[in-house]
Design a protein around this ligand. Sequence first.
Ligand code: NAD
Length: 410
Amino acid sequence: MKANEIADYFVDRTTFAMGLSDNIRRMLLTPDRQLQVKIVLERDNGEVVTFTGFRVQHSNARGPYKGGLRYHPLVDRDEAQGLASLMTWKTALVDIPYGGGKGGIDCEAASLTPRELEILTRKFVRAVGSVIGPYDDIPAPDMNTNARVMAWIMDEYAKIYGFNPAVVTGKPVDLFGSLGREEATGQGVFLTTEAFLQERGMEMSRIRLAIQGFGNVGSWAAHFFHRAGAKIVAVSDVRGAIYNPEGIDVVALREHVRRYGAILGFEGGDAMPGDGLLTCDCDVLIPAAMGGVVTRDIARGIRARVIVEAANAPVLPEAEDFLTDKGVIVLPDILVNAGGVTVSYYEWVQNIQQLRWTPAQILEGLTSKMREAYGRVSALSREKGVTLREAAYIIAIGRVAKAVTLRGAY
Ligand code: NAD
């Protein structure tokens, strides 16, 4: 199942359960705009390569389109559309004044030199520049893009349209970025899980976690869980995984990954095949890499009691129904990983107001947003006897449907 099919499935199911009309359902499912562009890159060795870039704008009913930019060979229009749709529901769920967008380039970022990446990014901005803007569509980091890439976007956009740092978020702190943005998604993953555990009377110090993916989201989530006393027993990245039932030293692992660029070679755990992580012995499983990794087959082997969707759409619907029947609780992506876009919103506000918030202001804002969103989702889930994902979609779709209706159709 592709990301757009997964997103559409949940929207379909929820609009039906909510009794919304077919017309509203179709309006919510159909993206506003899909842009596909060709990007030709002359590599450092003289080879000329052609890539395809995408920007999908799903809905701006509640504010400018907002969503990340992904550099990965599997990026295509369907994936961008599905992820753009998820952004619409995510921004609505945490009630920030944005819609949903997403984009990317179908490149293997690790095989490109920094200079090639910069040229590729600048060419992408030239190709999609007319549809992005501080009040139109605001990109941010996603897989294989980071603050450096966001700085190039800001700079290239300024050359064509004039200085306006609010066109992109996730910028370096030294270049109009926000304090706390880099760690925000991982911190949001932690805050949501903490709220869930507290509500159920489960102690953080007794929790054994496994985390798939050790990039921005996975490594920061690991940091916050480790700091709070949880035991991280397994971690993986694209090249492999490690397991340590006594708990991995996250501080040492983060330093190892910073130096060597991968988990491979870290001696604080036993190496195991990467796909073994999802079914390893743990209490909480955190997929923080790719979408679609928890299939029905994998679900059969999952031993965790709770799955925290730090990545976008890691659990397939067919697997979720099976897991729910087994009593496994899934904390849904549009809630769990909304911390990134929340602090992106704070960055945008700071850029527009030309001021800087303190770390305490950012943390207070993020913490209250995540706790409030979790509280609403959890309460509705209990009230209606539905899963946390169904409750999250009911809240998000209700807000977007209301905005769409208030705007009218003329
Ligand atoms: P990243 O590029 O920083 O890190 C990705 C990590 O996943 C790397 O460690 C990589 O080695 C690993 N990985 C890739 N394929 C893997 C595989 N098959 N098995 C195991 N590990 C694999 O990306 P990120 O920003 O951390 O994003 C991770 C996920 O979180 C994505 O689904 C993204 O859409 C989602 N997300 C990110 C943000 C954000 O602010 N960065 C916000 C919301 C959601």
